[in-house]
Design a protein around this ligand. Structure first.
Ligand SMILES: Nc1ncnc2c1ncn2[C@@H]1O[C@H](COP(=O)(O)OP(=O)(O)O)[C@@H](O)[C@H]1O
Ligand SMILES: [Mg+2]
Length: 342
């Protein structure tokens, strides 16, 4: 990025181009064995119009973060601290009724298996029109049906199929229907949790193309949660890497993939020789993923880190900027006074 581009980028954020702001968010699951720190003091700004890829090993807290953003954490989970600001609104203080309204109309979530969120007894047309008329009572039944048909067509499904039931569609088509539901209400932000995991590569590629088109057409902001580095490299503008419930690295796709700072991210990318072409899953790194019942002290990655220093097990690094906009929580890039050395 040029200095000018960086300056423009920063001023656009400063002038309110952040759509969703997560501040110091923690989510815990109370289990018989103790509290699982699934999301641990995460702060993240999502910019209007971007596709942000959220990556990390299984169990690092990606889905929990996505659900928390929708305020959909249910027991034994709970948000223990932090703030969620969506389009200037403090989501932690709105009522559950208001939250339901926001969730339907402005914040959408697409899951890996849409079957779980589509009522099997309702036709697709009913899903779509009911969604529209519930949230926009002034829209007539006929107008809602019109909008539903247009969307179905836009998503590449034959309009006649609007009268089919969810089980009559393939996985890829059901993903499209989930997107249609989010778009039916003109959602501002869609959180897609592993949306392409169950799809074959061709369908996945089509789905990703579609997302990019829809982003442009509907002015969507998208968070794409995935363990597939190829997917992120292909569609995302920026990447956030999570480790042990915390943010490890954040930056543009180029910054994070070509100038990786965090040793965890370096490990993830080592096995992907060409991210442009290769839709590889995350490489299985040596050492066990951390147990979030007992997150390691200091930097949680220190037990597996090839560059570990004495300070790493003693003090937690800040999630600090390495260059403007590119953050990493790693002592290799931060001044320290040697505290922690024995
Ligand atoms: N309902 C639950 N009860 C207890 N622990 C949970 C529950 N859901 C998730 N966790 C734990 O929270 C951590 C983060 O899980 P998750 O957000 O699903 O990670 P990811 O989506 O990155 O795979 C994991 O340690 C997981 O075992
Ligand atoms: Mg998950």
């Amino acid at each position: 990025m040029t200095q000018d581009a960086i300056a423009a980028d920063r001023s656009s954020v400063a002038t309110g181009d952040v759509l969703y702001s997560i501040r110091d968010l923690s989510v815990e699951y109370g289990t018989r064995a103790g509290e699982v720190a699934a999301v641990d003091r995460v702060s993240l700004d999502i910019r209007k119009g971007e596709i942000l890829g959220l990556v990390g090993e299984s169990g690092c807290g990606k889905s929990t973060l996505g659900k928390a953003m929708m305020r959909m954490i249910s027991p034994p989970g709970r948000i223990t601290q932090g703030e969620l600001w969506f389009a200037g609104e403090d989501l932690m203080t709105v009522s559950e009724a208001q939250m339901r309204e926001i969730r339907g109309a402005r914040l959408g979530m697409v899951f890996q298996d849409p079957m779980t969120s589509l009522n099997p007894l309702s036709k697709i047309v009913d899903h779509l029109t009911e969604t529209i008329t519930t949230h926009e009572p002034s829209v007539s039944e006929a107008a809602a049906r019109d909008r539903a048909e247009q969307l179905i067509g836009r998503l590449g499904l034959r309009v006649e199929r609007i009268d089919d039931y969810p089980h009559q569609f393939s996985g890829g088509m059901r993903q499209r229907i989930m997107i249609a539901l989010a778009l039916a209400l003109r959602a501002d932000l869609v959180i897609a949790d592993e949306p392409t995991t169950a799809l074959d590569v061709i369908v996945e590629a089509q789905f990703l193309d579609l997302l990019r088109e829809l982003r442009a057409e509907f002015d969507l902001t998208i968070i794409m949660i995935t363990h597939n580095i190829g997917v992120v490299a292909e569609v995302a503008d920026r990447v956030a890497v999570m480790y042990a419930g915390r943010m490890a690295e954040l930056g543009s796709v180029d910054e994070v993939f070509l100038d990786t700072k965090h040793p965890y991210g370096q490990g993830l990318l080592r096995a992907v020789p060409n991210i442009e072409l290769d839709g590889s899953d995350l490489y299985q790194m040596e050492g066990a993923p951390p147990n979030l019942l007992h997150t390691p002290s200091g930097c949680p990655f220190h037990p597996r880190c090839p560059h570990v220093m004495p300070i790493c097990s003693e003090r937690e690094p800040a999630f600090a900027e390495v260059t403007p906009g590119h953050r990493a929580s790693c002592w290799l890039f931060q001044e320290h006074d040697g505290e922690g050395e024995r």
